[in-house]
Design a protein around this ligand. Structure first.
Ligand code: ATP
Length: 553
């Protein structure tokens, strides 16, 4: 089947998300609210599965990471210390004609003929505007296009019937100063702070101003000491958190990819500085001497897992977390071929970062960031030490020294990942209908680990009480172990299709064989249908739970 075009594909995905209840526009009955989304029944399950998988791999399957669940609104000083109050901004520009706002770095460079005006006077005499204005049109396009836009600009300034003044033209190349939608000049870029403000308490004063957190990470830094005191951890160790974050994005777009409210899954992994490692281990392992024997664990089959060593400095810990994270994405169904590791160039790094790797996913609308993994030195803890006046130092018994730990931060977005998984799962293929005729089907090929519903249970026919009774018994048998969907309505083929669209990896059908009507050997067996291959196997009911658990874990 021909691959659908990018925009066509995204349209199909967005429409399936609504139709099947993965994602709805927030406040839809009131016209929606730009940058906010709600997750329907299937989406809510998908998100929960993502978060549970991440939490399990970060905390329950490791000894060296503990969890935290902090408040969304925190002391405003935190955002001064972290730098968010002064620098967490994007450059924005406004269209001088429509007032539409854009992120300056998202304007594509354009070339053409720019028409400049020094002002306009009212043809009926009287009013005059001395505001300069300019319009960009494609070279060769009629001047009237530019004049029409310019006249609208002056009309909006109260000149009813504008006669344009001082027209001159200039050929321009690769400019980002004009609105790509109408050619109007944009304002000069100016910073726009992305933090959403609120007031704590009944008085709306500067003193009570606070912010909805723009990231979950800072809570981890400010609770570093408390967590350390109670968790009996020693550096190197990590604290992780899942929670909502808010950013007043200038231009939310690409469905849920850039939203104003979203969830993050962040880990702060605290390590010794290279100086402390050097003192303790005699030297700091560097990347080239780490490959392949010292750092590649001989125990793993693929030989790609870096195995933590006492002589690791920040570089190896950073590389280790990049690998861990990519492996985790693979474990939930995003193959390496769908991901790109982008190592930020020196000039792209934040001032405190020693290195940052972005894990990108190949979305239908472009290859874009899913997660950033940054080596942040001791910047954050040192800042909070300075601003709070409280020590953030750790006493290292082995090194017999006190120091502020350094940190590696893998920071991922739940919503972006949910969208990546949905895009990755979307598939159109051919399947036979009731009469064996091929028809096209939409199937969401989620990895069973994150699939919203794990198994659907169907009685072959709704009007046979024995089939229905047995099917309900099978449903009740499976329910304590996994999410089950019971469906008795409609032809069996149509019920399969519905579950294919929901991404349910397994279907169990209770038929007359199950009841023993075709002989005792098949009594208490069911058909187990695989969503992707559509193959059906005969399986004993007594073996169903263990067989399915093995496949969904
Ligand atoms: P971008 O450059 O795309 O704005 P960022 O580099 O600012 O992202 P971080 O501050 O590193 O993002 O946030 C970590 C993760 O949080 C991102 O990789 C992404 O998955 C998620 N995230 C950040 N901003 C948004 C948003 N507006 N909507 C949805 N997810 C987001």
């Amino acid at each position: 089947m021909a691959e659908p075009k990018t925009s066509e594909l995204m349209e199909k995905i967005v429409s399936l998300c609504k139709r099947r209840g993965f994602i709805f526009q927030s406040s839809e009955i009131y016209g929606g609210l730009n940058g906010f989304w709600d997750y329907g029944p299937l989406g809510a399950e998908l998100k929960r599965n993502i978060k549970e998988c991440w939490w399990r791999s970060m905390t329950q399957l490791r000894d060296d990471v503990v969890g935290l669940d902090a408040s969304i609104i925190m002391h405003p000083k935190i955002w001064e210390a972290s730098g968010h109050t002064s620098t967490f901004s994007d450059l924005m520009v406004d269209c001088l004609l429509t007032r539409k706002r854009f992120r300056a770095d998202q304007i594509e460079p354009q070339s053409g003929t720019a028409y400049f005006y020094t002002g306009a006077s009212d043809g009926n005499g009287g009013k005059e505007s001395k505001d300069a204005f300019s319009v960009l049109i494609a070279t060769g396009k009629h001047a009237e296009y530019a004049r029409k836009v310019a006249k609208q600009f002056y009309q909006a300034r109260g000149i009813e019937n504008p006669a344009l003044l001082g027209e001159r033209t200039e050929e321009v190349k690769d400019t980002t100063r004009y609105n790509p939608e109408n050619g109007s000049l944009l304002t000069e870029p100016r910073p726009f702070n992305l933090m959403l403000k609120t007031y704590v308490g009944p008085v709306e004063s500067e003193d009570n101003k606070s912010y909805l957190r723009p990231e979950t990470a800072q809570a981890i830094f400010v609770q570093f000491k408390n967590t350390l005191d109670v968790s009996r951890q020693r550096v190197p160790f990590g604290i992780c958190q899942i929670g909502k974050a808010f950013r007043n994005e200038i231009n939310p777009r690409n469905f849920t990819f850039r939203s104003r409210e979203f969830e993050q899954m962040e880990l702060e992994f605290f390590i010794r500085s290279d100086e402390v490692v050097q003192k303790l281990a005699g030297s700091v392992a560097s990347l080239p001497d780490a490959q392949p024997s010292t750092l590649r664990s001989s125990a793993t089959e693929d030989g790609s897992t870096l195995n933590p060593q006492p002589n690791w400095g920040w570089e190896l810990w950073h590389k280790y977390w990049v690998e861990q994270r990519v492996k985790w994405y693979e474990s939930i169904g995003l193959g390496r071929d769908t991901l790109v590791e982008y190592w930020q160039k020196k000039e792209e790094l934040a001032h405190y970062a020693k290195a940052t790797v972005d894990i990108l996913f190949k979305f239908p609308f472009g290859t874009q960031e899913l997660e950033g993994i940054a080596a942040r030195g001791d910047f954050d803890l040192t800042q909070h030490q300075k601003f709070s006046g409280k020590s953030m130092e750790y006493f290292d018994e082995e090194a017999k020294a006190k120091y502020v730990p350094h940190v590696i931060e893998p920071s991922a977005g739940v919503d972006r990942l949910a969208l990546a998984l949905i895009c990755n799962a979307y598939c159109e293929d051919q399947a036979p209908d009731e009469k064996g005729k091929l028809e096209s089907r939409v199937v969401m090929k989620f990895h069973p680990r994150i699939a919203p519903i794990k198994v659907a249970v169907f009685p072959l026919l709704k009007n046979k009480p024995d089939l229905v009774k047995k099917a309900k018994a099978v449903r009740d048998l499976l329910r304590p172990h996994m999410s089950v969907f019971y469906d008795e309505a409609g032809a069996i083929g149509r019920r399969y299709r519905r579950q294919d669209e929901a991404g349910t990896p397994f279907g169990v059908t209770i038929d007359f064989e199950t009841l023993g009507e075709q002989g005792p050997e098949l009594q208490d067996t069911v058909t187990l249908r695989d969503r992707d291959t559509m193959k059906q196997d005969r399986v004993k009911i007594s073996e169903l739970v263990s067989m399915l658990l093995e496949r969904i874990r």
